[in-house]
Design a protein around this ligand. Structure first.
Ligand code: MV4
Length: 450
């Protein structure tokens, strides 16, 4: 049983976890840096512990400070949220070695999925479709040439230790291959301390579709369908929706079943997301995230399953609250990430919010830690709110989004709301004719509408 949970995070996700604790009648401790001393999470938590100065390395990434805070407050469990230590296997191990429950996957699965080559190998072995490529790191230029000829150009050179789009190089023909590999190797060594690279077929203009899973300590695994996160910029998601407008029920069932079979075989525990590129009706596994994700609310809105509550109950040893047959899709949900950034350049613009009026009404959810008078600190990501709309179908959800974004008042700092309004109104968004490069290609077009 978990009686007191320590939240090792900040911002909207700290509040989201706090809300789940309240509804489970679990006491909540929040740790914070000096920059977050006046945060809403600190105000609402049962207890708070200041763990250091603003730089993440000296606070939210300082495992010893967090463990000490758990020790002195008598917490039983630690929830890492997303980012910071959420996918740090060593931290998960330390948490357990100190006798706390880690609200998340087993350390070995965090480690496995952190190694992009092992992750891919494992998923292929477990029957999940993967992108064609070198089966493991490429050792020599000769091997790279052979593999690339085999899979066909264009190919992508990826760092084994990369992920999230870091350390990737597109190669269009054999003439570029060896030089690109050498450059990728040097960058990977400098950036990740691991020079190994591998090759994949480069899929042009794919959609990004990810499957949400939950596994419990009793060996049960369910999927909660997919999220389509194709609207991104520089690997930062901007809009996410569920269900994906490009899948039919048959394709949805097929990929869900494959993912569940693989996760059940692994004995996966907790919440996870299996990421795919989708192109011409086919799925290709790229990565697995072993954490709760920013965009989890769209899944909550279309399934009615409270994912953070499930995470905590799973960690406590409870069985999943639903079996696969009980998980049903209802309507359509879309999430918009509202950040304190210039809407044209995405340059962060922290500062004081003078007026704050989030939208409301039917089918509208706002997950945010902001309020009038709140100062967005410059030290962390610039997410200030997630607007999630839900309605009976995609067309209605888009209209609900347009009216909700029009209602949203954020004064004092710039936000991405004007860009999000232009996206909602765009013909390509209405037609769901977008891919992972669409937003960056369309920024010019999205400007004059604001
Ligand atoms: C790819 C790809 C095309 N082909 N792999 C970027 C982040 C990392 N998770 C994997 N990424 C990609 N891998 C192959 N073989 C294109 C991307 C990619 C991308 C993927 C998902 C969402 C947005 C993206 C934006 C640019 C590139």
């Amino acid at each position: 049983m978990i009686r007191k949970l320590l939240i090792a995070n900040r911002g909207e996700i700290a509040l989201r976890i706090l809300r789940a604790c309240r509804e489970l009648e679990i006491a909540a401790v929040v740790v914070h840096s000096t920059a977050d001393a006046d945060s809403m999470a600190v105000r609402l938590a049962d207890e708070s512990v200041c763990i250091g100065p603003p730089p993440p390395r000296q606070s939210y990434l300082d495992a010893r400070q967090i463990l000490a805070a758990a020790e002195i407050t008598g917490a039983d469990a630690i929830h890492p949220g997303y980012g910071f230590l959420a996918e740090n296997a060593a931290f998960a191990r330390m948490v357990e070695e100190h006798g706390f429950v880690f609200v998340g996957p087993r350390p070995e699965h965090i480690e496995l999925m952190g190694d992009k080559v092992r992750a891919k190998e494992t998923m292929r072995r477990l029957g999940v479709p993967v992108v064609p490529g070198s089966d493991g790191p490429v050792q020599t230029p000769e091997e790279a040439v052979r593999v690339a000829r085999d899979i066909g150009y264009p190919v992508l050179v990826k760092a084994v230790a990369g992920g999230g789009g870091r350390g990737m190089k597109v190669v269009h023909d054999e003439g570029e291959l060896v030089a690109a590999m050498e450059l990728a190797r040097r960058e990977a060594e400098a950036g990740f301390g691991d020079p190994r690279v591998y090759l994949e077929k480069f899929l042009e203009r794919p959609r990004h579709i990810e499957i949400q899973v939950l596994g419990d300590r009793h060996g049960e695994v369910v999927h909660l369908f997919e999220r389509d996160c194709s609207i991104q910029r520089r690997h930062q998601k901007v809009v996410e929706e569920a269900p994906s407008p490009v899948l039919d029920d048959e394709a949805r069932r097929e990929i869900g079943e494959r993912v569940v079979a693989a996760m059940a075989e692994l004995g996966y525990l907790g919440a996870g997301t299996v990421e795919f590129l989708w192109k011409d009706g086919e799925f290709f596994f790229i990565e697995m995230n072993t954490r709760i994700q920013v965009e989890h609310p769209v899944t909550e809105m279309v399934t009615g399953v409270d994912l953070v509550r499930e995470q905590i109950l799973i960690a406590a040893g409870e069985p999943l609250s639903v079996d696969q047959g009980e998980v049903r899709l209802s309507g359509h949900a879309i999430e918009f990430r509202i950040t304190a950034e210039d809407p044209d350049t995405f340059v962060p613009r922290p500062g004081r919010i003078t007026h704050w009026h989030p939208p409301g009404g039917p089918g509208v959810r706002v997950d945010s830690h902001a309020f009038a008078g709140y100062t967005v600190p410059p030290f962390y990501d610039s997410l200030i709110a997630k607007l999630i709309v839900h309605d009976a179908d995609r067309g209605r959800a888009l209209r609900r989004a347009a009216r909700s974004l029009a209602e949203f008042v954020v004064d004092g700092i710039p936000s991405t709301i004007p860009l999000l309004r232009a996206i909602v109104e765009h013909e390509a968004m209405r037609a769901a004719a977008v891919d992972t490069g669409w937003l960056e290609r369309s920024m010019e077009e999205l400007r004059p509408r604001r």
